[in-house]
Structures are given as C-alpha cells and as structure tokens.
Design a protein around this ligand. Structure first.
Ligand SMILES: [Fe+2]
Length: 208
C-alpha cells in the first residue's frame, strides 16, 4: 500500500554547516584520508601536528530508500592543505551510477571535481548560491580552496548508494587540485590507472 508521508522542513545554518532535524551525521578526520593525498609524508605529519582534526562533517535526512525519494543534507569542510593539495572529500560514484546529485553552495569557496568513467575531468567552481548539477555517471569529490569552511547543501535519489572503491582502484582521480599562486591548478596524478573499456562499459550499463 502506498503511504503518503507528511512534508518535512529542516533549517540550514549556512556558516556552521549544520541542519536541524537531521537523522544522520558523520565526520571524517584527517587520518581517514590516508592514501588520498599525493604527499603521504606531509599528510602523516599534519595528522600529528594538528592532532587529527575533523576535516569534514555531513548531516543528512534520509526519508526512504526507493528511487522516487530524495536524501538531502548539508556538508561542511575545513579549509586547509596537505602540502600544496587542498582539503577534499574522499569522493565517489553512485553505486547506482545513473543517479544524479545537486549541490547548492551556502558559504565558502570550493570546487567540485568530476571525472567521467573514461577519465575526463570537469571542474565546477562553487560559492554561495551556486547550484552544481552532478549528472549521472560522474565520479565527484568536493574541494575547499577558500580560507573559510565550505558549506553546501546536497540532494540525491535515495537509492543512489556510494561506491568509494572506484577511486582507490584507479589510484585516485586523474587530476589533483593544487595551490598555485593565489589560486589553484590541475596537476596530473602520476599514479592514475585508467579504467579499462570493459570497466567503463560495466559502469555505463548500470541502469535500473
Ligand atoms: Fe554523491
């Protein structure tokens, strides 16, 4: 039997990166990002010198689990760098790879790094009031290139799921975002291992 649920509202604090009424919360510490940054020694040293800080947190609301429903929430990331590489999220592709996502900038200055299954890179700059549409099939990760917390609201179909291992399998994303002067630049990831044609086809057939 179809259930008609009641509407829900949540209040977002655009600077603290908090959301009232959230049903879930998780945090990532700098040590959780081991293996993600190019300079592993600098990462290890920073974990020690900063006493392993929380580098990003997520508060979300998950109303259901089927494709016609939406999970949504707010994500907050500290500013900072490991050597020249900006603080970032681990990144993922949706386990149901044809599911999209929306990010809506609240405060701070960030980038969304997107990579197609074939390994093409796109960068979307996000500041307050920017909506970033992550189309189906793109691996995505957010990066804080500013001096303050980066806060974004997000929403994605409730049955999307997250596949984090896709980035581990290719030894990271094709490019790294590094500080350059007062801005940033894309640098090739020398360890990148492209997906095979078979792996790309496998990802692209993930429709349901
Ligand atoms: Fe996502």
């Amino acid at each position: 039997m179809t259930i008609v649920r009641e509407p829900v509202t949540c209040l977002v604090d655009p600077f603290a990166g908090r959301m009232s009424g959230h049903s879930g919360r998780y945090e990532k510490r700098l040590s959780d990002l081991a293996g993600v940054y190019e300079n592993a020694g600098a990462h290890e040293a920073l974990v020690k010198s900063l006493n392993d800080p929380v580098v990003y947190s997520v508060e979300d609301f998950r109303p259901g689990t089927h494709s016609g429903d939406l999970n949504y929430g707010v994500t907050r990331m500290n500013p900072g760098r490991v050597d020249r590489e900006f603080f970032l999220t681990r990144g993922h592709i949706h386990a149901q790879a044809d599911r999209p996502e929306i990010y809506y900038g609240q405060s701070g200055h960030g980038l969304m790094q997107l990579e197609s299954p074939k390994g093409e890179t796109r960068i979307v700059e996000i500041t307050a009031q920017t909506i970033c549409y992550v189309p189906p099939y793109w691996i995505h990760r957010s990066i804080n290139i500013g001096e303050t917390d980066l806060v974004m609201v997000f929403a994605y179909p409730s049955d999307s799921g997250q596949n984090y291992s896709i980035i581990e399998k290719s030894n990271g994303m094709r490019h790294r975002v590094m500080k350059s002067g007062n801005g940033w630049e894309l640098v090739d990831n020398a360890c990148y291992n492209p997906r095979t044609g078979e792996e790309v086809a496998d990802l692209m057939k993930n429709n349901s």
